[in-house]
Design a binder for this molecule. Structure first.
Ligand SMILES: Nc1ncnc2c1ncn2[C@@H]1O[C@H](COP(=O)(O)OP(=O)(O)OP(=O)(O)O)[C@@H](O)[C@H]1O
Ligand SMILES: N[C@@H](CCO)C(=O)O
Length: 320
């Protein structure tokens, strides 16, 4: 038999096994889902815009059971309650009437501004929908996963769960979610500071001037067009915001210095990721590494430890 034939037949069973593994596991009543971290707001799109990040991510293993139980491991898991009434996945399991043993391996630290609580909720929504054959579309799963967010922040906003479930760039409004696949390099720098979404919402101004509104509309339109064109310059320009971001920046030691340093290193735009404290920068691919080390150094100069993710816009939750 020719060598090529031997290789191709030897490989085939492996590929088939990989393809059918999720189906086999589902048949056995278990599934694993990887749901990405996200960055909400992007400056001009407060409570509306979001992007899925290629990394980091939560990995959630689900197994059918008589009642909901939760086990936490990974980044910051010691601070996350395993009580289903207090964990975002508990509310999702209840909404889908899908009891399960849920094991969450946190890749996304809680209170990070990287949609940590939303990533687990998104994974649970996608996985339990599949495990229990509930038949919801990805878009229909967004408000279900958002019920988990309500548990931690008191508000069921969809801007983090939408990109974690659907991938790409998402525009979440009361009418539903618009999703665009986009490819923009990003740097997410997470300082060793905790900012809870609840606290960060308390400092959001209640009013804005008309000139700020005009500016915000212009920036949001630029950012959306930039996402359609995969244009980091336009996306960065659209991340500018003078309403919510300055109020929240006061909660993040070193924010202004890190922002300035990233812009000087070539970032096309810099803002607070979600409710903070992560600072996120858009950039061209070739500048990403330099911007990442510059942001780390700038936090360091302010006496703040940080870690950095060189990432980009990625896909939504994956079942495997
Ligand atoms: N499965 C979960 N994963 C992470 N945090 C959770 C989970 N369930 C409950 N929590 C609680 O949610 C809070 C963190 O959520 P919060 O929305 O404040 O941060 P975040 O999701 O990282 O940020 P953001 O929404 O601004 O991107 C913590 O108090 C944490 O204990
Ligand atoms: N849009 C939300 C995201 C955090 O969950 C906020 O900034 O408060």
């Amino acid at each position: 038999m020719p060598l090529g034939r031997v290789l191709s037949t030897a490989k085939r069973p492996q590929c088939r096994f990989a393809t059918f593994l999720p189906t086999l596991l589902k048949f056995a009543g278990m599934l694993t889902v990887r749901a990405p971290a996200t960055s909400a707001n992007l400056g001009s799109g407060f409570d509306v815009f979001g992007v899925a990040l290629e990394r980091p991510a939560d990995v959630v293993r689900l197994e059918k059971a008589d009642r909901v139980t939760i086990e936490m491991t990974g980044a910051g898991s010691q601070y996350i309650p395993e009580d289903p009434d207090k964990n975002t996945v508990g509310a999702v399991a209840e909404a889908l009437d899908a009891p399960a043993r849920i094991q969450i391996d946190k890749g996304v630290r809680p209170a990070s501004g990287l949609g940590s609580s939303a990533a687990s909720a998104a994974a649970a929504a996608v996985g339990l929908n599949e495990l229990y054959d509930r038949g919801y579309s990805r878009e229909e799963l967004v408000p279900i996963a958002a019920k988990g967010e309500a548990v931690v922040s008191g508000d069921a906003h969809d801007d983090n769960v939408a990109p974690s479930i659907m991938g790409g760039f998402t525009i979440a409004t009361e009418k539903g979610v618009t999703q665009v696949d986009a490819d923009i390099p990003l740097v997410a720098c997470l300082p060793d500071i905790v900012v809870s979404t609840r606290d960060a919402r308390n400092v959001v101004p209640e009013t804005a001037r008309v000139d700020q509104m005009v500016e915000t509309v212009g920036n949001a339109a630029s950012l959306t067009t930039g996402m359609h064109r995969d244009d980091p310059e336009l996306v960065g320009q659209g991340m500018h915001d003078t309403v919510v971001t300055p109020a929240r920046a006061k909660l993040i030691d070193g924010y202004e210095q890190v922002r300035e340093a990233a812009l000087t290193a070539g970032a096309t735009g810099v803002t607070i990721s979600g409710a903070g404290p992560t600072v996120i920068a858009a950039c061209a691919e070739e500048d990403r590494r330099k911007i990442a080390s510059t942001m780390l150094d700038a936090f360091g100069d302010c006496g703040v430890d940080a870690r950095v993710y060189q990432t980009r816009i990625g896909g939504g939750a994956e079942v495997f």
